[in-house]
Design a protein around this ligand. Structure first.
Ligand code: GTP
Ligand code: MG
Length: 342
């Protein structure tokens, strides 16, 4: 599965207006000479990065885009009006590719970045340009240049804000399935999730993206289980949710599992252990109250943070977890780390 949002559109820049053919006519000026103005240029197709947009979804409903045509020139050297540029707003991080020739044209990397994908055709020349010593009254003009039509593939690499970590069966996929529209496979055997899933979680007046990856086990660095290979998907996340199950079937104490998984993280990338981490005690409905208290005490003793306690199945504790993540992400107290693309 690729974490990209992709859409193909066709754009056409505006045609240039044609040059005018006109002779100056004024009282007492018998041979006024040519005064036909140039045509206006056609409108450009412009892409603008807008941080208010998170996906390319809006572009799916419209596949043809046209900028305005330039107007023809007129007498008295009047240049025709420019065709209106067409602005297409896209999320920051959108890569624009010429789909026909499969070349990247540009990438919009910051809010407000604007790039022209297709220039409008040049306006034609009015007859004034063709005046020579031997031809003082030319009628020649040129038409405006045609607009350009391009097939463009827009690509946006979705970046997850939150990375889900945990042992197999911790309940990661169940959690993402109750907070987003993602429908990953869920089952009571380890390694149900074989490829990462992304879920978009609505929160407050916005949304954030959560990446669910296959469970990790001790020895992942040596390739045990599915190994580390999917951790690269959480490298660019800003926040980690470390999910620890309270189910009585877990053999090891919660704090031991916490430490082992942190150790595996460090072996993959030390920097990941510095990432803000939210502990999530899951499957609380399956635990006795004293087991929950013991788990919390263990984590405290091990120096872990205060956990959020949830039951994804019952829906308990999930909203506060989502709200908390949103507050952190929103406040940008957690910075986007640099790192290889997820
Ligand atoms: N009782 C209870 N069971 C849960 C809860 N959340 C998940 N489970 C069960 O735990 C098992 C594992 O859930 P998954 O969501 O597949 O776990 P995972 O962490 O994605 O597992 P892997 O993909 O194998 O790493 C399933 O049988 C779920 O039904 C919960 O809140 N309460
Ligand atoms: Mg799973």
């Amino acid at each position: 599965m690729r974490f990209v949002d992709e859409v193909e559109i066709e754009v056409t820049s505006g045609r240039g207006g044609k040059g005018a053919s006109s002779m100056r006519r004024e009282k007492y000026v018998p041979m006024g000479g040519p005064d036909g103005g140039d045509g206006g240029r056609g409108g450009h197709i412009v892409f603008i990065a807008d941080e208010g947009l998170g996906t390319l979804m809006d572009l799916r409903t419209r596949t043809q885009w046209r900028a305005g045509d330039g107007e023809g020139g007129s007498k008295r050297l009047m240049t025709g009006a420019q065709g209106a540029d067409l602005e297409i707003r896209v999320p920051v991080g959108t890569v624009v590719r010429d789909a026909e020739h499969d070349v990247v044209l540009f990438e919009l990397t910051a809010h407000g970045d604007a790039r022209i994908a297709a220039e409008g055709g040049k306006g034609g020349l009015g007859n004034t340009h063709f005046k020579t010593s031997t031809n003082r009254a030319p009628r020649t003009t040129t038409p405006g240049e045609a607009g350009k039509t391009l097939r463009l593939a827009l690509e946006l690499r979705l970046m997850a804000d939150v990375g889900l970590l945990g042992y197999p069966n911790a309940g990661k996929s169940t959690l993402i399935s109750v907070i987003s529209a993602a429908r990953p496979r869920i089952a009571d055997y380890p390694f149900t999730t074989l490829v990462p899933n992304l879920g978009v979680v609505a929160a407050g007046d916005g949304a954030f993206v959560v990446a669910d990856i296959p469970g990790l086990i001790e020895g992942a660095a040596e390739g045990k289980g599915l190994g580390h290979q999917f951790l690269r998907h959480v490298q660019r996340t800003r926040l980690l949710w470390h999910v620890l199950s309270l189910a009585p079937t877990e053999e090891e104490p919660v704090a031991v599992r916490w430490q082992k998984l942190r150790h595996e993280l460090a072996r993959y990338d030390e920097e990941l252990t510095q990432r803000p981490e939210i502990l999530v005690l899951s499957q609380a409905d399956a635990a006795e109250p004293e087991d929950l208290e013991r788990a919390k005490a263990e984590l405290r003793e091990a120096g872990a943070g205060e956990p959020f306690v949830i039951s994804a199945v019952a829906g308990d504790g999930v909203d506060p977890l989502v709200r908390h993540a949103w507050t952190l992400l929103r406040a940008e107290t957690v910075d986007a780390p640099a790192g290889p693309a997820a």
